[in-house]
Ligand binder design. Structure first.
Ligand code: CA
Length: 254
């Protein structure tokens, strides 16, 4: 993304970093500024919420363990004001599972220690997703509204980003919605974790597959455990049991 030759008056990409370890915060600011982005760092939770509201950043990089209010609460408060892509920094891999399970609404997770190159790649992916979502929202009014995607008893309204199972609305985070849409658009097809990572997160690396697994768990918890089958050693398939089609030749996890 060549943002270095922007005309005057064109807003630069703005990233907020909420991290209480000065050395890490400084390294992140230094590296992300080199991308031509406007980067601001704050060191505690409340300052993070205030800065997010004041700066309206294009993306937020958010540490989980913070003084004051923790990263989970910061994420909830930021997202309640205005949806913005959030990349959470966690201390351990299993923390990612826990956080996705809580549905705090972060879009991606990265376990410390991480490489700055990986951080840049994931932040760029978040920004691309945001741009695509904004473009889709703007083109929405021009065309006839798309009919909802219906697979089994699941109905997905792409324009409104609403999901029904039967008559019950299921509330998903933006990332959970995108993942469900990717799976349901390819119903009864086994999608690899790498393919899902590329389609939903717009970013592929072996370390990202845990993010996929965590979000599939969250989807199962919200939608019911019977819709998404695990195909061992391959990936996942959206397969409503009662839709009359042949089951994929796959081994389903309990
Ligand atoms: Ca910390």
């Amino acid at each position: 993304m060549a943002n270095t030759h922007q005309a005057p008056g064109v807003p630069t990409t703005s990233v907020l970093v909420v991290e209480d370890e000065p050395a890490i915060a400084q390294a992140i600011v230094h590296r992300l500024s080199a991308e031509g982005w406007s980067v601001r760092a704050v060191g505690d939770g409340l300052a993070g919420v205030e800065a997010a509201n004041a700066l309206q950043p294009d993306a937020v990089i958010l540490d989980v363990m913070l003084p004051g209010i923790d990263g989970l609460e910061v994420c909830r408060r930021i997202q309640a004001e205005r949806p913005v892509p959030v990349l959470m920094l966690t201390a351990r891999d299993d923390e990612t599972d826990m956080l996705v399970g809580l549905g705090v609404g972060a879009d991606d997770y990265m376990t410390k220690p991480f490489s700055m190159r990986e951080l840049v790649a994931r932040t760029k992916a978040l920004l691309r997703r945001q741009e695509r979502a904004a473009a889709a929202a703007h083109s929405g009014g021009i065309h006839e509204p798309e009919p909802p995607l219906v697979v089994g008893d699941v109905s997905i309204d792409r324009a409104q980003r609403r999901v029904l199972r039967g008559h019950d609305e299921v509330h998903l985070t933006p990332t959970e919605f995108d993942l469900l849409l990717a799976l349901a658009s390819n119903a009864r097809t086994v999608l690899t974790r790498e393919r899902l990572l590329a389609d939903v997160w717009d970013w592929v690396d072996a370390s990202g597959t845990r993010t996929v697994d965590s979000h599939v768990k969250a989807l199962r918890r919200k939608l019911g455990s019977d819709l998404i089958r695990t195909v061992h050693g391959v990936g996942y398939a959206f397969q409503p049991a009662d839709d009359g089609a042949d089951a994929p030749h796959a081994v389903a996890e309990p």
